[in-house]
Design a binder for this molecule. Structure first.
Ligand SMILES: [Zn+2]
Length: 425
């Protein structure tokens, strides 16, 4: 409803004016972006909808109650996915590395359950998908090919058997770590205990290559990124990371790693996380964390601590990240790694606020329109949208086919390979 629209006739006149205005503002760059996204599936590397539903305030874990046929409180629903021309989605099945209440496997299995129920619930729009052929077929049918990506290698609990079982349940990538360093891999946001991967960590990568599960090196330390690139037989992905040269955040990819991607063949799926794309936001979040750390020992009461943090936030307005900054990161990855090694990994529903202009899944075409205005060719935009990822998935599938002919499933243990004292019954 237009704010001044009270009488029928006036409303009609205003509607005409609005339509005429929209026509007058027709945006050729956006038209071209939309046309490109009709010709190739836009493959988004990371959407946290399963976690959003798990933690929904109204009805936690209730896939039916979180109705994607109406407008949801989060970033994702059917109407907005359609407007955003999303062609394929890696739904993140995330498990925090910090949980202490039980084994990680239970939470991982619950996340599989939620994600699979989401996909099953909307068969007219979502199709379960396991590989490149599924993505291409479902794109032609007008359904969103829905793949699963596990976020956090702690979920295998140091077991290659568990890794294989997850593959059979549909996991098609695994982010080697989340924010916690594991017994076999260093995380970006935690201490570097191993300098990268241990020997068991290398065996995890080799087994993922044999299975055809993409090795996702978002969230890992630069040492782990480098070790993975040394050992992997298939192209890697970064399911949601941006460029460290533009925003100095530990979650981003250094130029030294970007330069190794052409040889590996992998893709950085540039993310929209505000603190990863804007240095001002990164600095702001660091200042806020520092303030919380300063206050915590002085303010033991949680409610009072929250009140004081809110007072700090009120006194320090948060800067905004922008769509143009995300485009800058995409430009940078193309410059350093090449147009064959860049993709999109939004992290929608995994972030509490978004860049201006990229508010939800409906906004992807605006980002492509910005790149059109920056002189990107249609061919490079098709690579960015989905062709690069299709190439990576096909290559990982071919590598898996070859490795499965060459060797059996690995039965190596972390005790054998690392001399670890971690006990596995
Ligand atoms: Zn993440």
């Amino acid at each position: 409803m237009h704010p001044v629209c009270r009488s029928g006739l006036l409303c009609f006149a205003l509607a005409l004016t609005t339509t005429a205005a929209a026509d007058a503002q027709a945006d050729p760059a956006l038209d071209r972006a939309r046309k490109i996204l009709r010709s190739v599936p836009l493959i988004d590397g990371h959407n946290d909808l399963p976690w959003e539903i798990r933690n929904s305030k109204a009805a936690p874990r209730d896939v039916a109650a979180y109705d994607l046929r109406s407008k949801t409180p989060g970033h994702t629903d059917l109407e907005r996915l359609k407007a955003g021309q999303v062609g394929a989605q890696f739904w993140s099945i995330y498990v925090p590395g910090e949980i202490k209440d039980s084994g990680f496997a239970r939470v991982q299995l619950e996340e599989f359950d939620i994600a699979r129920r989401i996909i099953e619930r909307y068969p007219e729009r979502f199709a379960p998908a396991n590989g490149a052929a599924d993505i291409e077929r479902e794109f032609k049918r007008g359904r969103i090919a829905s793949l699963l990506g596990m976020e956090g290698g702690h979920v295998i609990e140091n077991s290659l058997g568990a890794l294989r079982a997850y593959y059979d349940l549909g996991a098609r990538y695994m982010t080697l770590t989340h924010n916690v360093t594991l017994d076999w891999a260093d995380a970006a946001a935690d201490s570097a205990r191993h300098g990268g991967l241990t020997e068991f960590g290398r065996e995890v990568v080799r087994e993922m290559n044999r299975l055809g599960m993409l090795v996702d090196i978002s969230h890992v330390s630069p040492g782990t990124m480098s070790d993975v690139l040394d050992v992997t037989a298939a192209p890697v992905i970064f399911s949601h990371s941006s460029a460290r040269a533009l925003t100095d955040h530990v979650r981003n990819v250094p130029d030294s790693i970007l330069q190794r991607l052409p040889k590996n063949g992998g893709v950085v799926m540039v993310t929209f996380v505000p603190a990863f794309v804007s240095q001002e936001v990164a600095d702001y979040e660091k200042a806020e964390t520092d303030e919380i750390e300063r206050l915590r020992p002085q303010v033991p009461d949680t409610a009072e601590l929250r009140r004081q943090v809110e007072a700090w936030e009120a006194a320090h307005p948060r800067p905004e990240a922008t769509l143009k900054q995300v485009a800058d990161h995409i430009d940078h990855v193309r410059k350093m790694a090449g147009a064959d090694h860049v993709g999109i990994g939004s992290d929608f529903d995994g972030i509490s606020y978004t860049p201006v202009g990229l508010e939800d899944v409906s906004t992807f075409p605006m980002l492509f329109a910005e790149l059109v205005k920056r002189g990107w060719s249609d061919d490079d935009l098709r690579k960015l949208a989905g062709r690069n990822m299709l190439r990576v998935i096909k290559s990982a599938e071919a590598t898996a086919g070859r490795l499965q002919r060459e060797r059996q499933p690995s039965t190596r243990t972390i005790q054998e390979l690392d001399g670890s004292t971690v006990s596995v019954p």
